[in-house]
Write a protein that binds this ligand. Structure first.
Ligand code: CA
Ligand code: CA
Ligand code: CA
Ligand code: CA
Length: 471
């Protein structure tokens, strides 16, 4: 998620009138639940997967005038408008409001911590609480396992600032010693010792920070931070957590295997770095003017990204998957090249699917828990693929229970929903997608041609995961 703006929702397939309805609800600033109900109640508005847009109620801006030019390397530009609504299952609620809240700062009493979930998100001094210096956390206990789809955090948007080491973890262990899943981590230099983060730092604004939690199952959430560009203190204004009780089957699932001592030595959570084997560069020489090719795309990666931290023992599931495609001319022998381990940029390592929005689908034969996906379309020249969408489902037809893991189709030209991820340049480093342990039997990979051609190329896809715990 280093260069990818993380987050994505469930699949959509929205009609234009529905989009207008969402926009109007946004303008009205209705509460999420009201909006979800309204959307559900409107004929034809709820999509095929029973997902609804999550409408967040935003506070007024916290400061006026032109913000000072705060130059922080790697920080996301401050948003000027609300993010596109995340698609979530119908019926999710803000479960933070009733959570039991504790904190690493022993001076923070219950009355003070209650302000984090009191619904007041304004930037007034009296709406902000302060925790002591250093890496501090706030923890929520929901009382029972929940499926968590979205998290919104407002540290303090009373001035232009960037919070450091923002880490969100989920666990079924109140002490966060085992079964810890990192939902968000922008501590790229690991100064808080929770692992190397791959998310980006961001400016505090009235829009908060929306995090897609992908339905992660957990009873507890922990929110870390380590001061801001303004102060070593840790401020909180509000946190919202949208979820619903986890199914009994899921909560009865056996806990993941106990970590090995060797793995634990490398990372406090027992995570290990995911090491990728990268092909040689496909585009030697000086790159052309990238702004002319794709002005809004993330610039081409020039060095390997920090490794993603994953549970030990994952394997690349893709070579054993059954592969199909929307292109009827794509025969099995051709599709097999997508998982043959050859990621080089030579012509005979690339396959071509026909024009338009096309997909490649993997069937793993049984539900798998998927932590990382790496896609190489074709890095034989500097180009940007359009409408890159990755979906997970347990339905081979992708008509129900579809979970969108990545979507950079921001104008919805492929009709799979408005994407919030960024376009990116093809490089030998591929595109890494942090899928956070999503459980699915099937994955679908969409694209709609590139800046170079209307055809859809594939060189290789890797999918790192393990068998899902038996439900
Ligand atoms: Ca508050
Ligand atoms: Ca840091
Ligand atoms: Ca290949
Ligand atoms: Ca598009």
């Amino acid at each position: 998620m280093n260069i990818r703006q993380n987050s994505l929702g469930w699949v959509l397939g929205r009609t234009l009138p529905f989009c207008l309805a969402v926009a109007m609800l946004n303008l009205l600033g209705l509460d999420s639940l009201l909006a979800a109900d309204a959307a559900k109640g409107e004929a034809g508005s709820s999509n095929a997967q029973g997902s609804v847009p999550l409408i967040i109620k935003y506070p007024p801006p916290g400061f006026k005038g032109t913000p000072k030019d705060l130059k922080i390397p790697g920080v996301e530009p401050a948003p000027q408008k609300p993010p596109p609504p995340l698609m979530v299952p119908a019926g999710v609620k803000n479960i933070a409001r009733t959570a039991k809240i504790t904190c690493s700062d022993k001076n923070a009493d219950a009355a003070m911590l209650a302000q984090i979930v009191d619904g007041d998100k304004t930037a007034n001094d009296e709406s902000i609480i302060y925790l002591r210096k250093g890496t501090q956390w706030v923890q929520m206990d929901f009382g029972s396992p929940q499926n968590i789809y979205a998290i919104v955090i407002w540290h303090a948007h009373n001035s232009q600032k960037v919070y450091h080491d923002v880490v969100v973890q989920a666990s079924d262990d109140p002490d966060f010693l085992k079964n810890v899943k990192t939902v968000f981590n922008n501590d790229q230099d690991n100064s808080s010792g929770l692992g190397v983060g791959t998310d980006r730092e961001y400016f505090e604004t009235r829009f908060g920070k929306l995090i897609n939690a992908n339905g992660v199952t957990a009873r507890y959430l922990r929110f870390y931070s380590k001061g801001s560009t303004e102060s070593a203190l840790n401020e909180y204004t509000e946190i919202e957590v949208y979820g619903k009780p986890a199914s009994t089957a899921a909560s009865d699932a056996p806990a993941p295997k106990v970590e090995t001592a060797a793995a634990a030595a490398r990372d406090p959570q027992g995570l290990v770095p995911l090491l990728l084997k990268l092909p040689p560069p496909g585009t030697p020489g000086t790159p052309p003017d990238i702004k002319k090719i794709a002005p809004d795309a993330a610039p081409p990666r020039t060095k390997p990204r920090p490794p993603l931290m994953v549970p030990p023992g994952l394997v690349n599931l893709a070579p054993a998957a059954r592969i199909t495609s929307s292109d009827p001319n794509a025969i099995p022998a051709m599709l097999a090249q997508i998982v043959d381990g050859d990621k080089s940029a030579s012509d005979n390592s690339i396959i071509y699917l026909r024009k338009g929005t096309q997909w490649v689908q993997m069937d793993f034969g049984a539900p798998k828990q998927i932590f990382a996906i790496v896609i190489w379309h074709a890095h034989d020249s500097l180009k940007v693929y359009h409408d890159v969408v990755v979906q997970a489902s347990n339905d081979p037809d992708f008509t129900q229970n579809v979970n969108t893991l990545f979507n950079n189709d921001q104008d919805n030209s492929s009709g799979l929903g408005v994407g919030t991820d960024r376009e990116y340049f093809e490089t030998r480093f591929g595109k890494l997608i942090d899928t956070k342990g999503t459980v699915a039997r099937y994955l679908r990979f969409y694209s709609r041609g590139s800046t170079e051609s209307a055809l859809n190329e594939y060189t290789e896809i890797e999918v790192y995961g393990r068998p899902a715990a038996k439900m």
